[in-house]
Design a binder for this molecule. Structure first.
Ligand SMILES: Cc1cc2nc3c(=O)[nH]c(=O)nc-3n(C[C@H](O)[C@H](O)[C@H](O)COP(=O)(O)OP(=O)(O)OC[C@H]3O[C@@H](n4cnc5c(N)ncnc54)[C@H](O)[C@@H]3O)c2cc1C
Length: 498
């Protein structure tokens, strides 16, 4: 018997579905059937839903796209849930009919992780509610954007400890399923280190509330768990007092040693609330290095930057700019809005041990602009490189190097649509950079690290964590219906060099 709906059968059915209503699933031929075909004895009708299960071409095509534009796997149906019960119902339905089911936030993960060929993809955008915050925490549904969390908490002068560093349009469920890195992570770790409770629909279709104290293994295996054991439907995010203003400016370096040393020093002593790093190459091929530092404050008392910057060895600095905390959180949104979203984008994000970072960077600096394919503004190429204190990243599935400090390196590489030769060259370069990373004791950031084989996943997590994750997968998703991408537990049959 076919394990999944074949592509040919599906296309035929989709054509039918254009003019007829899908009524259910036929177990004998493993295919969705229309109202006119319901007489078959093995027909199983679609359960009653509060939201909608969509079969039309436009909805299925739209959900099969992500920011990478590298994979395009068409699902058989799109679930726009009207309630948590809809998610439970459809996960149970997927179990009964051996269908795969995945969930998509805003699709920023670039390697097809939100897709389910011939399966069902849940569109989390109908789960966008953020509850009224208490003094301690706020509850958000999985499809809420982090910008919507800010809109709910800032009027109460409260904030999560970590927002995403560069994009407020990421979803709560999406970043909690991959890790979530912010400009305050040097102090507080990742977003997955800053959540106290989750409601999860497990792969066997149960709604479970989990936390460090209750159902803790599910909690640990869902955070940064890429949707393998459960679908997060609600997260409780702890809050702290929000600053009203931020003083932000750039420390500029031409000497790489000074730059790396100061980055690590600032991260270790936590003297600034906000810290990010940027590497830039001008048209003459010269690299320069920036640390964006931000200090939270409440006017009229302004931070004493001279005292904060004592002992640092930057060559020059930009003038400090004072802005509201909200303006600070949204400072990259105007730029994000101008980014083309149709370019094939094999992004790469890596964590490199601090002691090996200089050597590692030399491999990136050696790439010509044509090979590097980094984002450019007025001919200046950039990538970000920020320090982390690894001990603050405590979530078992968010894997970082063993050294106390490391750097995260974010290469937002992309090529022109249709330029296959350039794409192949970037993919080959990504593989080479990943191999070098492994050799130097680095770790990959999983949403942005190419398609991994089963063996590579095992190596990524290491034997202990892999064993825990495999056990949790068996326990919470015994029929393996959830999140076929990434194919962690079995290699893809199709070959791909991404
Ligand atoms: C422009 C841009 C800016 C970025 N900025 C940052 C940043 O500042 N910080 C950072 O850490 N990362 C960043 N990323 C990287 C990363 O891709 C995203 O953090 C991540 O993909 C979340 O985005 P999303 O909400 O669109 O989730 P998606 O990409 O839609 O989903 C991410 C993964 O989680 C799964 N998933 C989604 N929702 C759920 C759920 N409710 N339950 C279980 N699994 C779920 C998906 O199936 C998928 O595997 C950025 C990426 C881009 C393209």
């Amino acid at each position: 018997m076919e394990e999944h709906l074949s592509r040919r059968r599906f296309i035929k059915l989709a054509a039918v579905a254009g003019g007829a209503t899908i009524a259910g699933f036929d177990l004998s031929v493993r295919s969705w059937v229309t109202q006119a075909q319901v007489q078959t004895p093995s027909f199983q009708s679609i359960p009653k839903l509060d939201g909608a299960l969509l079969f039309d071409e436009v909805s299925r095509q739209a959900i099969a796209v992500d920011r990478g534009n590298l994979f395009h796997r068409l699902p058989a149906a799109v679930l726009r849930p009207g309630s948590v019960q809809d998610v439970i119902t459809m996960v149970q339905y997927a179990n009964q009919h051996a269908l795969k089911i995945a969930i998509k936030g805003q699709g920023h993960s670039p390697y097809g992780q939100t897709q389910a060929e011939a399966g069902i993809v849940i569109d989390s955008s109908t789960f966008g509610a953020v509850h009224t915050p208490t003094l301690e925490s706020v509850d958000a549904q999985c499809g809420a954007l982090w910008g919507e969390v800010a809109t709910a908490t800032l009027p109460k002068e409260l904030t999560p400890r970590v927002f995403p560093a560069t994009c407020m349009a990421l979803t709560v469920g999406g970043t909690l399923s991959v890790g979530g890195h912010g400009s305050t992570s040097h102090r507080y770790g990742a977003q997955v280190d800053n959540v106290t409770e989750l409601d999860v629909v497990t792969g066997d279709g149960r709604l479970v509330t989990c936390s460090p104290a209750h159902e803790s293994e599910l909690f640990n295996m869902v955070l940064a768990g890429l949707g393998q054991c459960g679908i997060i439907v609600r997260a409780r995010i702890p809050l702290i007092p929000a600053p009203s203003h931020v003083m932000l400016h750039n420390l500029l370096y031409t000497d790489l040693d000074n730059y790396l040393k100061d980055q690590l020093r600032i991260a270790a002593d936590g003297r600034f609330n906000s810290q990010r790093g940027l590497m830039s190459r001008n048209q003459e091929g010269k690299w320069s290095f920036t640390i964006e530092v931000g200090q939270f404050f409440s006017p009229p008392t302004e931070p004493n930057l001279a005292a904060l910057e004592a002992g640092l060895q930057f060559a020059s600095a930009t003038a400090p700019v004072s802005m509201t905390y909200r303006e600070y959180l949204y400072r990259f949104e105007a730029r994000n809005a101008t980014q083309p979203i149709n370019r094939p984008s094999p992004y790469l994000t890596l964590y490199i041990p601090a002691s090996a970072t200089k050597e590692y960077l030399s491999h990136i600096f050696a790439l010509s602009p044509e090979r590097a394919r980094l984002p450019q503004t007025n001919g200046v190429e950039t990538f970000s490189c920020s320090p982390l204190n690894t001990r603050r990243f405590t979530c078992p599935l968010f894997t970082v190097p063993t050294e106390e400090q490391a750097f995260s390196v974010w290469l937002f590489r992309s090529v022109d649509p249709g330029d296959q030769a350039a794409l192949s060259a970037v993919l080959a370069s990504n593989r080479a950079l990943l191999a070098k990373m492994t050799e130097l004791g680095g770790k990959r950031n999983v949403p942005n690290s190419m398609v991994l084989s089963h063996e590579e996943w095992k190596a990524h997590f290491g034997p202990n964590v892999w064993q825990r994750l495999s056990k949790a997968k068996q326990k919470y998703d015994p029929k393996s219906v959830l999140s076929p991408e990434p194919a962690m537990f079995s290699d893809h049959k199709e070959s791909s060099d991404a």
